[in-house]
Design a protein around this ligand. Structure first.
Ligand code: IMP
Length: 423
């Protein structure tokens, strides 16, 4: 196993605060790689007094001298990528020459977003609550082998031919299945060819790039997006995303072998949140839930939707630790819990009258799960006066480490880089 690389992954339903952790660590790495997901992600990073929200560009871009890679496993929305780069440039961060996008990455087409919206609307009460960024339909095309990758987008004649084949089928689905508006073929082709031209200079063979950097001893940080409970294989199916957001996705989405993943840093928020539909056993529909949302600023970085909030779920966290082989934890937003007394943690579920500590495969079983809570004393004052955790906060951290079986190396007690305890 590489002792110089690392991988940062969310262990819950996303929004664990990965952006801050990656930003903190990226100063120690030469390359930061995104390997899955797309602009459904929203990584918030606070540098000094400035707040950046990144969706597609790896958070490492905010560190001078760090090279960034968007790997083959990512689905790339050209408009989103270009507007993000433009915004970064406007704020003094020039990505030119520092960002390489995989020629094997799939492109999110305007019709993928139309299909995402049409499907969600057709699902009515059963909708997944997607970010409407076209993620599901793009990964569906990838698996169906009808997707368009960057290497095809940047070749106008290939791109045109593929779109001429795809669009009539897509429009049939949009119109006949969903009763939605079709996309305009000429407009779509024109859009694609232009975006291909703009993206060509930053598109390349990221597999070769990453292997070459590895050979020359450069340190690589993998930036996970979403969270393990949104993984298409291990998440709360079908209420999840369409990529492998757990550790396996880092391998297939980058082209680096498992031994290069390095140490796995699992990011855990010290309570739980979820955005979109799907089961959430520890969700609080009361004042405590509202307080967590308000104090934690729990509103989606991508969609602005209010996040559902609840107590820490040990069953879910342990499952994540298991499938990812988490070596160490980064615990976030501990300061949000200040003033809550007692603090509850869910140590098991009761499903149809039976106690279990296993995370169920079926969303219906999880929806029926009643949390079994243990209580811990809270704290009233500052979480980390003088940079050291108060005794109750320290005991809470110890408990989370004990139940997940991994040590906490980073504890975040505020949004800023400086509001962090490194153990
Ligand atoms: P999609 O990835 O847009 O298809 O959305 C599928 C589900 O994953 C929805 O419940 C979304 O709210 C959720 N989701 C996708 N990306 C993120 C993320 O970065 N953070 C939190 N939830 C996400």
């Amino acid at each position: 196993m590489s002792d110089q690389n690392a991988c940062v992954l969310g262990m819950q339903w996303g929004d664990e605060g990965k952006g801050k952790i990656i930003d903190l660590l990226s100063g120690d790495f030469d390359v930061v790689v995104r390997a899955q997901g797309g602009s459904n992600a929203g990584h918030t990073v606070v540098v000094g007094d400035e707040k950046f929200v990144l969706h597609l560009v790896p958070s490492g871009i905010l560190r001078k001298g760090v090279a960034c890679v968007i790997g083959n496993g990512v689905v790339v929305d050209p408009d989103q990528l270009l507007s993000e780069l433009e915004e970064l440039r406007g704020r003094g961060v020039d990505a030119a020459g520092r960002l390489l996008v995989s020629d094997r990455a799939q492109v999110v087409m305007p019709y993928h977003k139309a299909l995402d919206a049409a499907k969600e609307s057709a699902l009515g009460d059963n909708k997944i609550g997607t970010t409407l960024r076209g993620i599901g339909p793009t990964y569906a095309d990838k698996a169906a082998r009808t997707g368009i990758r960057l290497c095809e987008l940047i070749d106008p004649s290939v791109c045109r031919t593929m779109l001429q084949q795809n669009i009539p089928f897509v429009n049939k689905v949009l119109q006949d299945v969903y009763g939605a508006d079709p996309v305009d073929p000429a407009e779509t082709i024109d859009w694609a060819v232009h975006r291909g031209e703009t993206l060509r200079p930053m598109t390349g063979d990221t597999v070769e790039f990453l292997h070459e950097r590895t050979r020359s001893g450069k340190r690589i940080l993998f930036e996970g997006a979403q969270g393990s409970l949104l993984d298409v294989d291990f998440g709360t199916y079908p209420f999840n995303t369409s990529s492998n957001s757990s550790v396996g996705g880092m391998v297939t989405g980058s082209g680096l072998p498992p031994r290069e993943i390095g140490r796995v840093i699992g990011v855990l928020k010290t309570y739980t949140t979820r955005v979109g539909a799907g089961p959430f056993p520890t969700e609080l529909d009361d004042e405590t839930g509202l307080l967590l949302r308000e104090r934690g600023g729990e509103f989606g970085a991508t969609t602005g939707r209010p996040r559902r909030c609840g107590w820490f779920d040990v069953v879910a966290a342990r499952f994540s630790a298991k499938i990812n082989g988490v070596d160490e934890l980064a615990l976030t937003k501990l300061d949000v819990l200040a003033g809550m007394d007692p603090i509850k943690i869910c140590v098991a579920y009761e499903i149809n009258g039976r106690r279990t500590e296993a995370f169920p495969a079926r969303a219906a079983a999880l929806a029926a799960a009643r949390p079994v809570y243990e209580e811990m004393p809270g704290w009233r004052g500052e979480t980390a006066p003088g940079g050291r955790l108060c005794p109750e906060a320290a005991a809470y951290v110890d408990k989370l480490c004990e139940v997940t079986g991994a040590p906490a190396r980073i504890i975040s007690v505020g949004r800023k880089r400086s509001e962090t305890i490194i153990a």
